[in-house]
Design a protein around this ligand. Structure first.
Ligand SMILES: [Zn+2]
Length: 385
């Protein structure tokens, strides 16, 4: 197996990191949703705060927040972002004259801050199964699936010549997209060979509602709609059944885990060992930008599994150390899930950083992954801007 890290002087060179799931505008929630405003705070009450933010955004504030979010990612060693973009329209739901205005702003922000971006054009339509749509959701919502496809095709042709940009398609979730939209969206993704990302089974309530509506669990329904393939990425995958894990593995699909967001939102912990054993390719996402530390994301794939199983060293990858395998999850797999064929470069760790003193050379990456932080990154002048 190819070694993928190299030591040169005091620098350890590693594949650049990727974050396959981001909502850049949620950077605006930082510090804002950490006090009890309701006796039963949970994912859904947090979502209310996020909706208020989303409804207040302007093209200018989306630009500002996106640039800040992407600048922090760049400084943290990320070179590729999968932006699950769902704020499409004006407050109240009326489209902008240029329907993809906000997507273009987000793409420009990523490029200017030195990232490659996969803009995942999100399909959104409703409040949920038998749920009224809320006001803020009108900004995300298209009334018909043809508009989603048209916008996706506009973006594909607009960025076809820019190797730093990929376009993907993202049915938001089984709650926000009506069942009959999934098959046509899957066909568009297949026709254009697009990454196809979807929030899958983040919350128990969404699983229960999907069963009530379709008679099937979310991933069963997604499979039956023809969406599962090696281009598919299930974001969160926290509440999957054994059968659903097996389906994802058989498709050689991705699961994008977002541990710092999932723990902030009380989502639960995905069954990492089962996903790995089934052949699912794992990657990570910064998601809500609650913490911008991609090393913490990939470390947590292992450390959360230790908490869940009350054991240590939960996997023994063939030919690699766990730290090497985790780094590949957080770098190459994330880039592949975003439709890029490589990591887009390397980043350097300062092997003499305070946090790495007294560490043996042959255990340096173990220490970087399990004890280090992005503070040990060597930043070049352009990244420091
Ligand atoms: Zn998300």
């Amino acid at each position: 197996m190819q070694p993928f890290s190299r030591r040169e002087g005091n620098k350890l060179w590693l594949p650049a990191l990727a974050t396959a799931h981001s909502h850049a505008f949620q950077r605006g929630l930082r510090g804002k949703a950490q006090r009890k405003g309701n006796p039963n705070e949970n994912f859904w009450t947090w979502r209310g705060a996020m909706f208020n933010l989303a409804d207040s955004l302007t093209p200018e504030s989306i630009d500002t927040l996106s640039r800040q979010a992407f600048r922090e990612l760049r400084l943290a060693g990320v070179r590729t972002v999968g932006e699950f973009h769902y704020v499409h329209h004006q407050s109240g739901g009326h489209p902008y004259d240029d329907r993809t205005l906000l997507a273009d702003i987000v793409i420009r922000a990523a490029l200017d801050e030195g990232l490659r971006i996969t803009l995942l054009r999100t399909a959104y339509n409703r409040g949920g199964f038998e749920r009224e749509i809320e006001r803020a959701q009108l900004r995300f919502s298209d009334t018909n699936v043809d508009d989603v496809m048209r916008d996706t095709e506009t973006l594909i042709s607009r960025y076809a010549r820019d190797p730093r940009v990929r376009i993907g398609l993202a049915p938001h979730s089984v709650r926000a997209v009506p069942p009959e939209w999934l098959a046509p969206l899957g066909q568009v993704a297949e026709r254009h060979n697009l990454p196809l990302h979807m929030h899958v089974s983040e919350q128990v309530r969404e699983v229960d509602e999907c069963i009530a509506e379709t008679g099937r669990r979310p991933l069963e329904f997604i499979r039956d709609s023809g969406l599962l393939s090696a281009r598919f990425c299930a974001v969160h995958a926290t509440q999957l059944s054994h059968d659903e894990v097996r389906m994802l593995g058989e498709a050689h699909a991705f699961a994008c885990l977002c541990p710092t967001t999932e723990r902030d939102l009380g989502d639960g912990i995905a069954g990492i060992t089962a996903l790995r054993e089934a052949g699912v390719r794992l990657c990570t996402g910064i998601d809500s930008h609650i913490v911008t530390d991609p090393i913490e994301e990939l470390r947590s794939l292992e450390t959360h599994e230790r908490l869940r199983t009350r054991t240590r060293i939960t996997f023994d990858p063939q030919g690699r150390t766990p730290a090497e395998a985790l780094w590949l999850d957080g770098s190459l797999n994330g880039a592949l899930a975003c439709g890029f064929s490589d990591t887009g470069g390397e980043i350097a760790i300062d092997a003499e950083h305070e946090s790495l003193r007294f560490v043996r050379d042959d255990q340096l990456l173990d220490a970087v992954v399990f004890s280090g932080s992005t503070h040990a990154l060597v930043l070049n002048e352009s990244a420091r801007r």
